[in-house]
Design a protein around this ligand. Structure first.
Ligand code: SF4
Length: 706
């Protein structure tokens, strides 16, 4: 044991412990910090608390880089997190400065860690500093103590780390342990994920969910943390959260669970097929990325469809927290691995989910479900984000097919789309930090520069086809025909991740927001509402992946307002504070604006960083144009006033590009205005004052940038 800290066990009051845990690995010190009423009313919890803790931890007058000791990993649940009978209430929110983007990344993840941390007495955990040797941070909620233990003896891959630590700390009760870890892939790339464990009592195995985006796993390994462990053995009841009205929490939770149970089988069947149902839908609407987002569908996508995974998934209860009857966290049992260090072993694979299927599969031109399952397994145990891995691999594959890089660069690897043997070899290389995998592990942004500077690639083409924004790889939706979703990705705070805004159907399929102002309104409301889940420790899926039958008759069905009202009631039942829907949106707006300002402090957070590659906006190549030439010709004629007759494809590409890029800039203007930001994308002083986040250092920073 390298450090030890004992604390008083207290009961939660209305969703809060009113203290956070601080661990400094450089000094091997552990301490407690109070949570003030202002902190709660301004930042609510979860992502909001994490941001505030990190903001105060960084040195002033200096831009902190991700690998400096001052950077932190913060993990928090939220006042509504950890309610045992409320669907989707087991989430943890992890936050750090991202190795890929250099700005704030937040990730919302299942598993039991967040609730166990909370019921152990802490509203958030912040880990700062760097250890000289490998360590474990152990929060023992049973004994009310925290310790930093040496970890030199531990294996390096996630599944093994969890098993060893559950045995070591669990005293025969594996269910009482949740482990956060990464793996060698996180150490040797910039796209490491965090794996959060929970014990599956029916299958008697430890399982994992991933805080995938932005490389927080890489930060964990950079700090020489092998694992963070939370232990909590006592029964968790609705009353454990100290709610203002426990009966109302139970009533709301039971009703919501019943609704999910009765409607999910008639709607998306997520309790049977998880998010794999999206493969079929995206493919049929031309939204499934194929070959580095060139195309949106492929007849071979059937091989990755929900029907394939319906047969593969092992039947059983798959909630990533107690009492989530949507239970969408499926897995494949007894899967025999064909490659890598565990070749020949039969394993349980957690997943795949839609994003993983699209990233590792269709986007790389690989339509083989077994390959996707196997690489899902390896990415998890290596601690790699499947989305960044797939999008980066697809980019490199396109560069190889274009002749930008050749076998001399790839180390003799024939990196064509669809070559699954090679793709799997690269993923194993990424974990080992060897060969061409090392370059892929740097991410698309860095690859673009390297290919242009070292191998003479045309940098304009690199910018057009490298699917990243702010340094983060795109998640898996084709946005070419949805201007609103181009904004949903390009204006997202952490980079192009769909958890902030997903507006493709409203915009492209239903045409419900024809004007810039309407798009901007939705790019205000939906990101704010989705942010709210991460303030409270909640999962977004039960909100709109199952909708009540009465929803169709509501004024704005996409908002699923009957569910929004249920969440407002839950917030009241737990905290005793009755909030209107507008006040709920305001809670998120405070945190959202604060995060934007935080990005500004980190040297970003202005208009020029809210760009997306042109492939996200329109066709880059002749082949892409020709694959949908009738639609593009029609747009040129009807909307641009440009006659496509007798024009070459190059001329039409250029005219369409000019039009679409101008529209994207107009969208930015409309969104900034709606959000109360200036034309450079900076929140105004008036705005931050109205939100109550006009702290002296915030005001000073804004004054320098407005
Ligand atoms: S809906 Fe799925 S991801 Fe969300 S909490 Fe339930 S099981 Fe976990």
């Amino acid at each position: 044991m390298l450090a030890n800290f004992e604390y008083e066990s207290k009961k939660l009051k209305r969703g809060y412990n009113n203290r956070t845990l601080h661990v400094n690995l450089s000094e091997m010190k552990i301490s407690s910090k109070p949570v003030t009423e202002r902190m709660k009313s301004t930042f609510t919890g979860g992502r909001g608390f994490n941001l505030w803790l990190l903001w105060n931890a960084l040195p002033e007058n200096k831009v902190t880089a991700w690998d400096e000791p001052e950077n932190e990993i913060c993990i928090s649940s939220g006042p509504l997190g950890g309610i045992p009978i409320y669907p989707g209430s087991g989430k943890s929110i992890a936050l750090s400065i991202s190795p890929l983007t250099g700005i704030i990344v937040d990730s919302n993840v299942g598993g039991y860690f967040g609730p166990f941390l909370k019921y152990s007495g802490w509203d958030a955990l912040e880990i700062q500093g760097k250890s000289k040797t490998e360590v474990i941070v152990f929060v023992d909620g049973d004994a009310s103590k925290v310790q930093i233990d040496g970890a030199a003896h531990l294996p390096s891959e996630t599944h093994l780390i969890t098993e060893v630590l559950a045995d070591k700390y669990g005293n025969g009760n594996p269910r009482s342990i949740s482990v956060v870890s990464a793996g060698p892939g996180a150490e040797n790339t910039l796209m490491g994920c965090l794996n959060f464990s929970w014990y599956d009592s029916t299958r008697h195995i430890h399982r994992h969910k991933q805080a995938g985006r932005g490389g927080i796993g890489t930060v964990l390994r950079n700090k020489k943390i092998k694992a963070v462990v939370a232990k909590h053995s006592r029964p968790i009841l609705v009353e454990s959260n100290g709610p203002a009205d426990a009966s109302l929490v139970k009533e709301l939770g039971l009703a919501y669970n019943q609704e999910l149970k009765s409607l999910d089988p008639k709607q998306n069947e997520m309790s049977i097929v998880g998010t794999t149902h999206l493969v079929n839908i995206m493919n049929s609407f031309d939204l499934l990325p194929v070959k580095n987002f060139r195309y949106g569908s492929d007849p071979k996508a059937e091989r990755l469809s929900r029907e394939v995974f319906r047969k593969k998934f092992h039947k059983g209860f798959d909630g990533c927290w107690f009492g989530c009857s949507l239970a969408c966290s499926h897995g494949v049992k007894d899967f025999e691995l064909e490659t890598g260090p565990y070749k020949g072993q039969r394993v349980f694979v957690n997943g795949p989910e839609y994003e993983t299927i699209a990233a590792l599969g269709s986007n790389c031109g690989i339509f083989d479900a077994n390959y996707v399952v196997e690489m899902n397994y390896y990415c998890d145990v290596y601690g790699l984000d499947t989305i960044s891995v797939g999008t980066a691999l697809a980019f490199a594959m396109e560069c190889y097919e274009m002749g930008v890089i050749n076998e001399a660069v790839t180390g003799g690897i024939d990196l064509r789309f669809g070559n699954k043997e090679v793709a799997s070899e690269i993923i194993h290389q990424m974990a080992k930090g060897e060969g061409f995998g090392t370059l892929i592990g740097q991410g698309v942004k860095r690859m673009k520069h390297i290919f242009a500077e070292k191998y003479g690639a045309d940098s304009t083409i690199m910018l057009d086809i490298g699917m990243e924004s702010k340094g983060l790889e795109f998640s898996e939706y084709v946005t070419k025909e949805s201007l609103a979703q181009q904004g949903g990705y390009g204006l997202a705070l952490k980079g192009p991740q769909h958890d902030e805004a997903w507006l493709i159907f409203l915009d492209m399929v239903h045409n419900l927001m024809p004007s810039f102002e309407e798009k901007a309104e939705n790019l205000h409301w939906f990101p704010m509402w989705r942010t709210w889940f991460s303030l409270n420790g909640l999962c977004k899926l039960p909100w709109n992946d199952v909708v009540p039958e009465s929803n169709k008759k509501t004024k704005e069905p996409a908002k699923v307002l009957p569910h929004v009202e249920t969440y407002a009631n839950l917030f009241y039942a737990v905290t005793g504070k009755r909030l209107s829907i507008d006040e709920i949106i305001l809670q998120s707006e405070r945190v959202y604006n604060f995060q934007r300002i935080f990005n500004l402090r980190l040297g970003s957070g202005i208009r020029k960083y809210d760009t997306v590659p042109y492939r996200a906006v329109g066709p880059v190549t002749r082949e892409e144009y020709n694959s949908h030439f009738e639609d593009y010709d029609r747009q040129l004629k009807d909307e641009v006033g440009y006659d496509p007759n007798k024009k070459s494809t190059e001329e039409k590409l250029a005219a369409l590009r000019k039009f679409r890029e101008a529209n994207y800039e107009k969208l930015k203007d409309a969104v900034y205005k709606r959000r109360g930001w200036n034309s450079n994308g900076v929140p105004t002083l008036q705005k931050v004052k109205a939100l109550g986040i006009d702290f002296p250092d915030v005001t000073k920073l804004l004054e320098k940038n407005l």
